[in-house]
Each structure stands twice: as structure tokens, then as C-alpha cells.
Design a protein around this ligand. Structure first.
Ligand code: GTP
Ligand code: MG
Length: 196
């Protein structure tokens, strides 16, 4: 994918704030706090600081819409599983996510990001079920692939597949925002998703 332009369009918390033009398809990134959603968006767009990242979890708290080439959007979703979150903040998160995932007409895919080093959590499993429940294809991005050796990779990917009960048609792609591993693979998948 040739990136001619990439910009933040809006940080939204409710549908009235979502970008209006629903002729542009959207792909969203879901996953635990700190898994690397914002970093992966920057990596895909060749931009170091477009999406704000942080070493402490809970950085992204809103639905952040990024416009690319004035043709499509990537959506950075707020993370879950962050311990210091109040009950009411969790409820807000749930409502915000459900409203977007269930109601957004031009949402073509939701990628679930999990850390390649760790076994998916109960919340990761729930998120994956949710994604499928809303009718999206199962697509998982295993982040931070630079943190494990090549020799360990298959073992870690197998654990993720098994824990999430991934099916034969589901897709699992290891990526690294640090060394850009998997970038072309993700772009070819995105291009394929836009063709259908
Ligand atoms: P929230 O916004 O809190 O939900 O987190 P996030 O999923 O957007 O994570 P973010 O992109 O902010 O990254 C969290 C931390 O992981 C940062 O310190 C990043 O530098 C680091 N990180 C992200 N991706 C990678 C990667 O591929 N490799 C390595 N080594 N570190 C990464
Ligand atoms: Mg983030």
C-alpha cells in the first residue's frame, strides 16, 4: 500500500462524532492495553508519532480515527484489561465498543491484537468471541515479534491459536512495530479485505 497521506481525523466517544462519510471502509484494532495497537498503526503508516503510544497502559481512551489517502480509515480502539480502571470506566468502555462494533456500517474488519509472548487472557478470548459474534472474520495480529527468537515463534503462535480456538479460515499474523516484521503481510490482507 502506498501511503500518500495519513492524518488523525477525530477522537470520538459517540457515534455523532464518528467521521460522516461511510463510503470509506474502516479497519479497527482491538486488544489489551499496552499490546501495541497504536504502535502497530504507526508502523503500518510509516509514521513514528501519529498515534500516541506509551509504556504505561491505558494511553488510548477514545476511538481514534485515522484517515489514509482520503480513501479508508484505521481505527485505534481503547485497550482493556488495565487494572487501574473503575467500574464506571469499564462500563463506558463496553458501551463505546459495543456501539461502534455493532453499529458501524463501513467497518469491514476488526483485528484482535495479542502479545506474541503471552497466552491470551480470558478477556482476549471474550473480545475474539465478540468480534466473531458481530459477524467479522477472525483475524489476529501477534505483536512484538521482535521479543522472541525465530525458533520460538511457531510454539507461541500455536498457543495463541489454541487458546483463542481459532478455526482453519482464521488468520494469524506476527508483526513487530520495532523491526516492521509482518508489515507487508498485513497490508496485503487489508487490500484483500477492501476488494470483497
Ligand atoms: P493502550 O493505548 O494503552 O491501549 O496501548 P496500545 O495497545 O496502544 O500500546 P502502545 O502502542 O502504546 O505500546 C505499548 C508499549 O509497547 C510501548 O512502550 C511500545 O513502545 C511497546 N511496543 C509496541 N509494539 C512493540 C513492538 O513491536 N516491539 C517492541 N519491542 N515494543 C513494542
Ligand atoms: Mg494506544
Amino acid at each position: 500500500m502506498k501511503i500518500r497521506s495519513a492524518e488523525i481525523l477525530i477522537s470520538a466517544v459517540k457515534p455523532a462524532q464518528y467521521p460522516e462519510d461511510i463510503n470509506q471502509p474502516e479497519i479497527a484494532m482491538a486488544g489489551r492495553s499496552n499490546v501495541g495497537k497504536s504502535s502497530t498503526i504507526n508502523m503500518l503508516l510509516n509514521r513514528r508519532k501519529l498515534a500516541r503510544t506509551s509504556s504505561s497502559p491505558g494511553k488510548t481512551q477514545t476511538l481514534n480515527f485515522y484517515g489514509i489517502n482520503d480513501e479508508f480509515r484505521l481505527v485505534d480502539l481503547p485497550g482493556y484489561g488495565y487494572a487501574k480502571v473503575s467500574k464506571s470506566a469499564k462500563a463506558t468502555w463496553g458501551n463505546m465498543m459495543e456501539t461502534y462494533l455493532s453499529g458501524r456500517e463501513n467497518l469491514v474488519a476488526v483485528f484482535l491484537l495479542v502479545d506474541i509472548r503471552h497466552k491470551p487472557t480470558a478477556q482476549d478470548k471474550q473480545m475474539y468471541e465478540w468480534i466473531k459474534h458481530f459477524g467479522f472474520q477472525g483475524i489476529v495480529i501477534a505483536t512484538k515479534s521482535d521479543k522472541i527468537s525465530r525458533g520460538q515463534r511457531q510454539k507461541h503462535l500455536s498457543i495463541i491459536k489454541k487458546e483463542l480456538e481459532m478455526e482453519a479460515d482464521d488468520i494469524l499474523i506476527p508483526v513487530s512495530a520495532q523491526n516492521r516484521d509482518g508489515k507487508e503481510h498485513v497490508w496485503s490482507l487489508i487490500e484483500e479485505l477492501f476488494r470483497v
